[in-house]
Design a protein around this ligand. Structure first.
Ligand SMILES: Cc1cc2nc3c(=O)[nH]c(=O)nc-3n(C[C@H](O)[C@H](O)[C@H](O)COP(=O)(O)OP(=O)(O)OC[C@H]3O[C@@H](n4cnc5c(N)ncnc54)[C@H](O)[C@@H]3O)c2cc1C
Length: 387
């Protein structure tokens, strides 16, 4: 029996994590990424205990700890800067064994990339079609030299929100839908120390995450019709958030024009009944694109990857049972997190009614810090499979 071969479609955080997990379990991996170069767009990410444990299990702990910043947890504020809810950082470390880490997306992407054999990574390779047969799968793609076909024991669909594999093999699942909010984000040089915190206003939020080395990632979200664009996106953010409490105006003042990204938030509103079809397994946004309100999209993709690798540790033998186990372990949790994220957005960023805002503010002030922490811990106290 030769070395088992997996083709991973998509070289984002989910695809690279899956390739690494399978590689560490003895698989030969081929990553096909349609972009001309492998890089991550976007600004920063918060990695919580679940993501960190998953990445640790991929052997990335030293690289991560030296490149990411241990967050000082703040909490939630109102537009005037008054705390509505605060996180107990010391207790979080006691319960979870780690603080959250803030990291630039490009840094995490580089760490994953560097852990893989360079020969496994193929750019400018757009997958057009996948055929799954009982004992193998075939991937048709267009590479820099024209059309190509690859045989594989396993195909991993890590091709993101608008996954072609999902559209092809799960035709009953409707396209992702607009979640009602648009978001801006940027990573900027900002040397002053700040806590990781979110500020809520009517139908709007502004968040900040220190990334270390004098860098801060900020994001802003607003309930709005889809498809909006401003000639100057930074000016649009300043219009909405420039009069909120410090350091929001200072962060916006420190943001150079041209670095602000804007995305409408879409999510997969129809849950998949299985993440597996034949020899194809979906993961990450392809399987469960969620709103960013819990900051768990990438975290769930990394969890998927680690569980998939462990489930397939026996190689190509017994793959149907291994993939069934992957689906069983991952679908309930990732879909529950996606639902919780949608709810968090509705009662957080999207709440607009002044009375509801006042009630929410009063209720949040009454919730003890321990209860806030328990709510968060329930979601992130996840461990990778043993072995
Ligand atoms: C505003 C915002 C803030 C967020 N904040 C956080 C956060 O703090 N924490 C967190 O955990 N998550 C966060 N997320 C979510 C997170 O970004 C995503 O869940 C995560 O990046 C998904 O990774 P992925 O690898 O599944 O998909 P992607 O990153 O979308 O990667 C898919 C890859 O597949 C490639 N591809 C697509 N089609 C093909 C094809 N046919 N052939 C070959 N290649 C193809 C694409 O080019 C891309 O490189 C946020 C999202 C948004 C929008």
């Amino acid at each position: 029996m030769g070395e088992p071969h997996a083709v991973v479609v998509g070289g984002g955080i989910g695809g690279l994590s899956a390739a690494l997990a399978l590689h560490r379990h003895g698989w030969r991996v081929t990553v096909l990424e349609r972009a001309p170069e492998l890089r991550e767009v976007g600004a920063g990410l918060t990695l919580m205990a679940n993501s960190l444990r998953a990445l640790d299990s991929l052997g990335l702990s030293p690289a991560l700890r030296s490149s990411a910043h241990a967050e000082a947890p703040g909490g939630i504020r109102d537009r005037r800067g008054r705390w509505l809810s605060r996180m107990d950082g010391a207790e979080m470390i006691r319960q979870l064994g780690t603080s959250a880490l803030g990291i630039h997306r490009a840094t995490l992407h580089r760490i994953l990339r560097e852990a893989l054999p360079a020969s496994s990574l193929h750019t400018g390779a757009e997958v057009e079609h996948v055929e799954s047969e009982p004992d193998r799968a075939t991937v048709r793609y267009r590479g820099p030299d024209g059309p190509r076909t690859l045989d594989a024991d396993l195909v991993v669909g890590a091709d993101g929100l608008h996954s072609r594999l999902r559209t092809q093999l799960w035709p009953e699942i409707p396209a992702p839908v607009y979640a009602g909010s648009t978001a801006w984000r940027a990573a900027v040089a900002f040397p002053d120390p700040i806590p990781t915190a979110i500020t809520w206003g009517p139908a709007a939020e502004f968040g900040m995450v220190p990334l270390g080395e004098g860098q801060v990632y900020w994001f802003a979200a607003l309930t709005a019709p889809p498809g909006g664009h401003a000639p100057d996106e930074l000016a649009a953010v300043r219009d909405h958030f420039g009069a909120w409490h410090e350091p929001i105006p200072a962060l916006l003042a420190a943001t150079p024009p041209g670095v602000v990204l804007r995305n409408d938030i879409h999510h997969l509103a129809t849950a998949l009944h299985s993440y597996v079809r034949g020899r194809v397994a979906l993961l990450g946004d392809a399987a469960h694109a969620m709103t960013p309100n819990l900051g768990q999209g990438a975290g769930q993709a990394i969890e998927d990857a680690v569980v998939l690798g462990a489930a397939c540790s026996g190689g190509a033998q017994g793959l149907p049972a291994a993939l069934a186990s992957y689906d069983e372990q991952r679908r309930p949790r990732s879909q529950a997190i996606a639902r919780a994220s949608l709810r968090a957005g509705r009662y957080g960023q999207q709440l607009r009614n002044p009375l509801a805002l006042a009630v929410r503010g009063a209720a949040l002030r009454l919730i003890p810090a321990g209860a806030v922490l328990r709510g968060m811990t329930r979601q992130v106290d996840w461990r990778p499979p043993a072995g």
